[in-house]
Design a protein around this ligand. Structure first.
Ligand code: IVH
Length: 705
């Protein structure tokens, strides 16, 4: 299930961003596996793109949070193992989309502007159904089929020559070739779509079911899965078809128009979609679109729109490309198909970082060629806004290719007395309290490590580079050890070697492991038995406690014992001294202080911390070498007003490095208040309390420049 959170990227805090990047990395990787290795995508292309875009946007705002396993570091569709790679002589591009009539008018107007044509000049455009299959490139040399490849990432695809040869629609020799093929293009790359008809798809799924083999979600996945069989004999048994519609490299062949090219394709022996039509005006295009939208459901194969292509090849050449799509073509999509179905139940899904998401469990229905049985409801506000209730009849759609959405309920079909739905305030997986912070749409499980849905992510964070930095314990291993019960909490990591001695299959004997790698893992863990307080705090994965906050806490409290005692006290008494001291830490504020205190209010979290502390040595916070003898070491400093020679953040960093504590508000504990330009109430309060105030230059003198 996929969920893009609704918080705008610019409103995300660092911690939220980091958590979301972690969630996105896992999710996108899972979709990649489903798509590329299993040919069974769980989401549509559009939804997948939305996830990648969100990931990119968050990384653009927080570049330093980009993860080593970030999807942005992996490029699209790496060819799956098992097929050779083919670099496309001419890249296989995609198409821009038009959804509304206005988009189509704008497309034609743009072409007209670009070519400098008068209003009177007709622009012939070929309209063709957009086949929902997978695009392939077929290379012919002197009329003989020599190589066929999938699109892959557009630049490089998989060599599926042997499989393509089994297609009845594919001419292995172009018709009209003389014996030597001298009258044929030296090189011709034909582009087209491999697809499966609806009837063939249904029959194939019946056979698969009978054989207890994989059932495909839709004809497109069935076609992709069938073409990518490692054994071409398997592909031969699958009813794949092919429509040709485009060209790549072409040497020794020319045509003036796309229409002429389509005609040529037919004489060479290809199947060209019989519905293709040459139009002379936008009105013709729109009429054709409307006509096919009507026929769509009764066509023998799936189409998801109409492709419009400027007919004249000389114009195509002048128009060229923008980014990854030609300026001379566009895909006019069909509106989302909407269907009614029964919403059986609203269940709640717990994400890797604890976000609770309501999900509609639906009576399965086919929408836009896919059987849909679940749809995200995003969050509790969304459920309330649409007033969705269990047992309702709802309207479900897949917009373009987007994942199923519940558009609305059909109120007149609601049974009287149906109660409104409410979000549980406890985690459905682990039973811990689920809380919703102010200004947040999401409710989160506070179970952390005790929640099986979050534990793996928490452990992954625990061993990550800036936390305990344990090498050789990747996510896959954590998942496996978690599943076996070997590692359920951080302390278990430090008991791993000992426990491993007593088990039937030690780690070294497991698949993918050996004596050496197991030894390395144990050594890697051993090296981290001593750790600095700031890393220790960060590793706990407390909400809102990122690296910077962990450092502030470590610097403020100095030792684990002092921190633990203060936090337990702050958790017990929201008015007490410990709480006030915590809130006053610079950049803390009540929301973050509350998150920290809540962590300590949960006995299971204290148990995790104490079990761990018993197995590792936590070094007190170390102030830098110069810090000890600096005049501000141990002093509490508050900055206010605008500084002129450095930014506020630089000034704070400097103060911290010199061993000071930086606070956000003035209290009796404050030693110095550094007053910049236009300082307000903090400077006044310092005066009232008789605290030393320093100008920016006096401050610089004090710290030595
Ligand atoms: S022309 C330069 N024509 O749509 C782009 N594409 O979104 C050439 N498709 O990857 C594409 N039917 O898989 C073209 N009649 C048609 C098509 C078609 C389906 C697919 C193709 C392409 C995608 C672009």
């Amino acid at each position: 299930m996929t969920f893009v959170t609704s918080t705008p990227v610019q409103d995300l805090t660092r911690d939220q961003a980091a958590a979301e990047l972690a969630e996105l990395a896992g999710e996108i990787a899972a979709h990649d596996r489903a798509y590329y290795q299993e040919d069974a995508p769980a989401v549509s292309d559009a939804e997948y793109d939305a996830l990648r875009q969100r990931n990119a946007a968050i990384e653009a705002r927080f570049p330093d949070l980009a993860r080593p396993d970030s999807p942005s570091r992996r490029v699209g569709a790496a060819p799956a193992a098992g097929f050779g790679k083919v670099v496309h002589a001419v890249p296989m591009l995609s198409l821009d989309n038009a959804f509304a009539e206005g988009d189509v008018r704008e497309f034609v107007a743009r072409v007209r502007r670009f070519l400098g044509l008068s209003e009177a000049e007709p622009i012939p455009v070929v309209a063709e159904p957009k086949i929902d299959g997978l695009s392939i490139s077929l290379r012919y040399e002197r009329g003989r089929f020599v190589q066929g490849a999938t699109r892959g990432d557009g630049a490089e695809g998989e060599d599926v020559t042997a499989n393509l040869r089994t297609l009845a629609d594919l001419p292995v020799r172009l018709r009209g070739a003389d014996l030597l093929g001298d009258d044929l293009p030296a090189v011709l790359e034909v582009r087209g779509e491999v697809y499966m008809s609806r009837d063939d798809f249904a029959a194939l799924n019946e056979r698969q079911k009978a054989a207890e083999a994989k059932v495909f979600a839709n004809p497109r996945n069935a076609a992709a899965g069938s073409l990518r069989q490692l054994d071409a004999a398997e592909t031969a048994k699958r009813p794949l078809r092919l429509f040709a519609y485009g060209s790549g490299e072409a040497t020794g062949a020319e045509w003036d128009s796309h229409w002429e090219y389509l005609t040529r394709l037919k004489t060479w022996g290809f199947q060209v979609n019989p519905l293709a039509r040459r139009c002379d005006s936008v009105e013709d295009l729109l009429a054709f679109h409307a006509e096919l939208a009507e026929q769509r459901a009764s066509l023998p194969y799936d189409i998801d729109g109409i492709v419009y292509k400027v007919d004249r090849v000389d114009w195509q050449k002048r128009l060229g490309f923008v980014a990854r799509a030609p300026r001379w073509a566009i895909a006019h999509k069909f509106p989302a198909e909407q269907v009614r179905t029964l919403l059986r139940r609203i269940s709640v899904n717990v994400g890797r970082t604890g976000t609770l998401t309501p999900v509609a469990d639906l009576e399965p229905v086919t929408v836009g060629g896919v059987v849909v049985s679940r749809a995200t409801l995003h969050n509790e506000d969304e459920v309330a806004r649409k007033d969705v209730r269990e047992g309702d009849t709802v309207i479900v759609q897949r917009a373009g290719d987007v994942i199923p959405q519940v558009v609305a309920v059909v109120p007149e079909l609601r049974k009287p007395g149906t109660p409104p739905w409410t979000m549980p305030d406890h985690c459905p997986t682990c039973g811990s309290l689920a809380v919703r912070e102010e200004d947040e749409a999401a409710r989160r499980c506070t179970g952390g490590l005790v929640c099986p849905d979050q534990a793996v992510e928490r452990l992954r964070h625990f061993v990550s580079r800036n936390a305990f930095d344990i090498e050789g314990l990747g996510e896959k291993h954590i998942e496996a050890f978690y599943a076996d019960g070997l590692i359920r909490s951080p302390a278990d990591i430090f008991l791993l070697e000992e426990r491993d001695r007593g088990v039937l299959t030690p780690i070294a004997a497991r698949e993918g492991w050996g004596l050496k790698s197991a030894r390395n893992l144990f050594d890697g863990i051993g090296e981290r038995r001593t750790i600095g307080l700031e890393r220790f705090i960060y590793a706990l994965g407390i909400r809102h406690v990122g690296e910077a906050m962990a450092r502030l806490l470590a610097s403020h409290y100095g030792t684990l014992e002092a921190w633990r005692t203060a936090m337990v006290a702050a958790a017990q008494d929201r008015d007490g001294e410990a709480w006030r001291d915590l809130v006053a830490i610079d950049r803390m504020g009540p929301a973050k202080a509350l998150a920290i205190a809540s962590f300590f209010a949960e006995p299971h979290n204290l148990a995790v911390l104490d079990d761990l502390a018993a197995l590792v040595t936590v070094r007190p916070f170390e102030r830098s070498a110069t810090a000890g003898n600096s005049p501000i070491a141990g002093k509490t400093v508050v900055f206010t007003g605008t500084l002129t020679t450095m930014t506020r953040d630089e000034a704070k960093a400097r103060a911290l490095a010199l061993g000071a504590k930086v606070a956000g508000s003035v209290s009796r504990k404050t030693d110095y208040v550094v007053v910049g330009a236009d300082a307000g109430s903090k400077a006044a309060k310092a005066q009232d309390l008789g605290i030393t105030t320093l100008s920016e230059s006096a401050w610089r003198d004090l710290i030595g420049g």
